[in-house]
Design a protein around this ligand. Structure first.
Ligand code: COA
Length: 374
């Protein structure tokens, strides 16, 4: 009997969706290198690829894009909920509850996944998130614009102005890079739920709940908080040494699978740099701090195979694109929802309820003593 703590190195299913080479720092979606997808594709096309296993032809692509664009609107019930939520609620909790309302509206309580529920989940996440962002800023929510791409429309709904070409591209690439990542904690959580043949919304809510944690998708928020806390490039080395001496982690560093530089972080770094140069001010200052944290972090942790991960530079990219730090994990979720769905579809096709074991090491045969005699 061997217990694999954290299920490290345990395979729970075969997959044809995503392959990670953790030693060489390579990532492939359906066999395509992440570098090619980040250079040539967009969120919609890569989502199609992840879901259906092949790049769409023109007809399939246009149909998929059209369905996504036409399904962006959220119901009055979800809007009312968002209007009623307190302004300091944690955004991942708000997203989780809004998705729960979507599930209630569809009234699906056992497993069945229609094309429309797939489209609804992917297309409505940005609308829910931006609606709440605008309400928190005491601004009118912005209705989706069907003439814009998924990434451009997301930024438009958040900021109320049409984004520049560079901002659109940065958002599109960031979303591509977050779509899937093999058997991560949130994907596993959603599979556990789907394997019981519960409904897709419940499975996605499990994914959101797992992604929220600071060791997973919440790390982007923690990374930005850390850059702000450091405050100046001069303070980086002292701060990092202090943190390590106190057994605290460098947020946005380290990964269960990558033992080298995460390729997603490499790509995001180039966009963080570009946006820092364009926007200047606080964004540039935070980028410079991040670059220094990278250098010092690798100096002290690189020999243990601990390098920047996806959340390290995505934090700067999301911030530069107009998202408040607390919302970063929701942006991650809005892309990862595609990956959750793809893995659920793949797993349930040949379903077996996920039911591992726990090794009992307590006593047995204890004598029950009534309450008044204890
Ligand atoms: N900063 C400092 N030390 C770190 C570290 C980090 N970010 N990540 C891992 N380590 C160290 C641990 O302290 C441990 O050291 P030890 O063996 O001396 O005790 C060792 O590396 C292994 O860490 P462990 O937590 O067992 O690895 P894991 O595979 O279970 O955890 C993460 C992976 C991602 C949870 C972990 O690297 C982490 O907490 N990173 C920070 C949060 C983060 O960025 N998460 C986003 C992941 S995409």
């Amino acid at each position: 009997m061997e217990i694999k703590k954290g299920l490290e190195d345990v395979y729970v299913k075969e997959t044809e969706i995503t392959y990670i080479d953790g030693e060489l720092g390579r990532l492939y979606y359906r066999g395509y290198s992440i570098y090619d997808l980040a250079e040539f594709s967009n969120f919609e096309e890569t989502s199609y690829l992840i879901l259906y296993g092949k790049l769409p032809n023109v007809y399939e692509y246009e149909n998929f894009v059209k369905s996504l664009r036409e399904s962006r609107g959220i119901s009055d019930r979800v809007k009312e909920f968002l209007k009623g939520v307190k302004k300091n609620a944690y955004p991942m909790d708000v997203l989780r509850t809004a998705v729960s309302i979507m599930g209630l509206e569809e009234n699906s309580h056992t497993y069945s996944v229609s094309e429309q529920s797939i489209i609804n989940l992917i297309s409505k996440f940005p609308t829910i998130i931006s609606y709440y962002i605008r309400l928190r800023r005491d601004l009118e929510p912005v209705e989706p614009d069907t003439s814009l791409s998924h990434a451009a429309n997301f930024l438009y709904m958040v900021n109320g102005t049409k984004p520049s070409e560079e901002e659109c591209r940065a958002m599109d690439v960031a979303m591509i890079l977050h779509i899937d990542h093999e058997m991560n904690a949130s994907t596993f959580a959603s599979l556990v739920v789907a394997s019981t043949l519960s409904d897709i919304y419940s499975a996605i809510i499990a994914g959101i709940s797992a992604l929220k944690g600071p060791l997973h998708g919440g790390a982007n928020y923690e990374a930005l908080k850390m850059f702000r806390e450091i405050g100046d490039v001069e303070n980086v080395e002292k701060y990092i040494l202090n943190r390590l001496a106190n057994k605290q982690r460098i947020m946005g560093f380290g990964h269960r699978v990558y033992k080298t530089y995460d390729p997603r972080a490499r790509i995001l770094k180039s966009y963080a740099k570009l946006l820092a140069e364009k926007k200047g001010g606080e964004i540039r200052r935070l980028y410079e701090i991040a670059e220094k944290v990278e250098e010092i972090g690798i100096k002290y942790l690189g020999s243990k195979g601990i390098y920047p991960n996806v959340d390290f530079y995505s934090s700067i990219v999301f911030y530069a694109l107009g998202f408040e730090p607390e919302f970063f994990p929701t942006v991650f979720a809005s892309a990862r929802v595609t990956g959750w769905i793809a893995h659920i579809l793949e797993y349930v096709k040949d379903n077996k309820i996920i039911r591992p074991k726990a090794y009992y090491k307590g006593e047995i045969g204890r004598k029950y003593i009534p309450l008044d005699s204890r």
